[in-house]
Write a new protein. Structure first.
Length: 131
């Protein structure tokens, strides 16, 4: 299921036929998906969380750089950038501020690939590894 920034279903593709060009979201069980409608998840809080995360990533010009988003546990939001850098965001509290901190770190790192950036505590951002 292709989901827009606002949480609306853009496209539905059969399993195994999907060639993702956008972020893949894991940890969400869909209850319903109809093209042009908002996604429905088995847990209502997941619908709102997906919309919030996508919008905040988009507002911070990061959505196009995200390959995977994992919200299996709502207090442990993680995502992977197209540079294969893993981002540990933790809870969605201060998510916008955490992403602003992430943008600053990414600017300083330049073209680094891989590694891990922990922004779960924006007062103490930690970067490990990469090339």
């Amino acid at each position: 299921v292709g989901i827009g920034v606002d949480g609306k279903v853009l496209s539905i593709t059969k399993t195994g036929k999907l060639k993702p060009k956008k972020a893949v979201i894991s940890g969400v069980a869909l209850k319903g998906a109809a093209k042009g409608e908002f996604i429905e998840t088995k847990k209502e809080k997941h619908s709102e969380m997906v919309k919030f995360i996508l919008k905040t990533l988009n507002d911070n010009s990061l959505l196009s750089s995200v390959k995977k988003i994992d919200i299996t546990k709502s207090d442990k939001i993680n995502f992977t950038l197209t540079s294969d850098t893993k981002i540990i965001a933790g809870k969605n509290e201060q998510f916008d501020y955490k992403l602003k901190c992430l943008n600053t770190v990414l600017e300083e790192l330049g073209e680094v690939r891989g590694g891990k950036i922990d922004i779960s505590n924006p007062s103490n951002v930690i970067y490990e590894g990469g090339n």
